[in-house]
Write a protein that binds this ligand. Structure first.
Ligand code: C5P
Length: 205
């Protein structure tokens, strides 16, 4: 069984994907980390993420980079969003994601194009979303909690820019896959959102 969980940044898709993996005993891949690793590698090489040559050269990152905590920073997220526009970068990361999806055990993958490109045959496809204001508030609370001093308006601006880039790119834009169930977490608590997702999967078993 393949479960595809797509959605924009700070929508709760990662939390839902992890909870589904634990509940159904499936391996989980956060595909955003792969794009973040490429973004981080461009940064380390001093390259320009908008330049396809620099972005492609960065696809050859070392495995340990994927484990690095710095990948979760806003800064690297911005680089990831910019490198992910290039079709050659998406192509370079395709096989690895596809192989993960096709494991005999089944798998849960979260990202932007799992239900549309990586595993269109997934038995369950979820699109997890929430308003920009609510996602910005969550990200701000999380960063402030970590002692990072940042304005809510800055976060909101960055999230809107990242959404626009992810939804409007030509190759594999973020959108609901045919047959995807939309879970809007704007007014949902964490547990209610997870429960809705588990129910959606059980419905398809
Ligand atoms: O999900 P996360 O915020 O970690 O992803 C970082 C960036 O990587 C996203 O803004 C998006 O541009 C890109 N991405 C993608 N396709 C995926 C996963 C992430 O384009 N499947």
């Amino acid at each position: 069984m393949i479960i595809a969980v797509d959605g924009p940044t700070a929508s709760g898709k990662g939390t839902i994907a992890k909870a589904l993996a634990a509940h159904f005993g499936l391996p989980h891949l956060d595909t955003g980390l792969l794009y973040r690793a490429v973004g981080r590698q461009v940064q380390l090489l001093g390259g320009n993420p908008d330049d396809p040559h620099d972005a492609i050269a960065a696809c050859d990152f070392t495995e340990s980079l994927v484990e690095d905590d710095i990948l979760r920073s806003e800064d690297v997220g911005g680089y990831a969003s910019r490198v992910s526009v290039h079709p050659a970068v998406r192509h370079a990361l395709y096989e690895r994601q596809r192989a993960f999806a096709l494991q005999e055990s089944g798998a849960v993958l979260d990202g932007r194009d799992i239900g549309t490109v990586i595993a269109p045959e997934a038995r369950v496809k979820l699109l997890v979303t929430a308003s920009v204001a609510e996602r910005a508030r969550r990200r701000w609370a999380e960063m402030t909690g970590r002692g990072i001093d940042v304005a809510l308006s800055t976060i909101e601006y960055d999230i809107a820019a990242r959404d626009a880039r992810d939804m409007n790119r030509k190759d594999a834009p973020l959108m609901a896959a045919p047959g995807a169930l939309v879970i809007d977490t704007t007014h949902f608590g964490r547990d209610a959102a997870i429960e809705a997702a588990i129910e959606a999967v059980e419905h398809k078993l």
